[in-house]
Design a protein around this ligand. Sequence first.
Ligand code: PA5
Length: 460
Amino acid sequence: MALRVDYTNMMATAVAGGITESEWTGAASAVEAAHARFRELTASGVAGFVDVVADEKLLDQSLAFAASVEGKFDDVVVLGIGGSALGTIALRTALLPYGWNALPAAKRNGKPRLHVLDNVDPVTMAALLDRLELPRTLWIVISKSGGTAETMSQFLIVHARYAAAGIAPAGNFAFVTDPKQGALRPLAQSLGVRALDIPANIGGRFSVLTPVGILPAALAGIDVRALLAGAADMAARCDTQELRRNPAAAYATLQWLSDTAHGKTINVFMPYSDQLRDLADWFVQLWAESLGKVRRDGTFVGQTPLAALGATDQHSQVQLFMEGPENKTVTFVAVKERAVDLAMAGGFPDVTGVAYLAGHSLAELMSVELRATAGALARRSRPNLTIEIERVDAWHLGGLIMLLELATAYAGQLYGVDAFDQPGVELGKQFAYAMLGRPGSEAAVKEWEALPKPDARWQV
Ligand code: PA5
């Protein structure tokens, strides 16, 4: 058992109002159809995120680049946003030692610090720029479309710094982008910057196992082969239409039934592991941007994902999960073995408030608290499930990532939406282009100007 999904507490047999056995068995044909359609999408090259696990050529792009710059840089900075950043942040938090960027080089095995600038707040960017030595910094500009305003703005600012310092930029930049489309390709050529590929059939939020996540991970010394092997193992495990044997299909079906048949419109993702806290943010983007859609028949669908962290959020959001509206499922992620553990010492046998803790350990406390919270939620008819992984390492994380990506793709089929597009973010982008004067945004300018203006009656 390397990864197991226990969904007992999602079912009516354990939780009042949970999924009934007839709903579950009744979903089998929908799941078979979803599986078949997803296979077609993969076979016809529309969805490429599964194939990437066996793409040695693509992996070599990252490994060769990382080898060629070994020892040259103290800092690596990813410039990217959304799917171009969240996966790397999740990998960094899960697989690099705690406080990586603050560790001395020897404790980092001589590997560089790894920063991810996933926003355009000038305060953050200026602070980081002030701290870096330009000749010893590598900037990885990541954009699938090669034209995202935030990422291109960051690039322009950093590039100008190099120009002002008289440093030719080619050696301090790498681009990760679509093999053909977008502004980064021609820029790479004119600047002599190396450009790595994001396969055309993989979109941002499904791209963590391409050079988007693999290049920064390889530079920081993460075992990227193990990451991909774990993902490949999970992809093989999920290559069946049988719900009982396919954890990704099971996860998608549980959430889809809970949402559409039981009003569970919110999907809380709650790992009991600091190492996995940023995986929750990555999952939130994946689930939200893939499934929150208008269907062809005009209906609006999609479960709202919410990130939480155990045990911390037991003292915060869990109150809402227990007694607030009955509109949530909770996905716990349990870790069986921790890399280290700390035991609680005794010494206060007469103080009942602490004496019972003596002899127990923090890993045990995490595990007990997860089970206690899951049980308490079930007791209050709040459905929840637990994904248990053996340990947080590259192999298991790869498996977990693939499980969640596949589940999202299946859920797209079950909801009847395209999980791989994001038309809903377009209008806001167009309005921003309109205000910034981007050529070609004349229609957006008109639409923007026709919007109601701020109204003094409604301001305070
Ligand atoms: O998942 C997605 O497609 C988005 O979140 C993108 O990753 C995000 O908009 C950034 O796009 P790009 O990689 O084209 O710069």
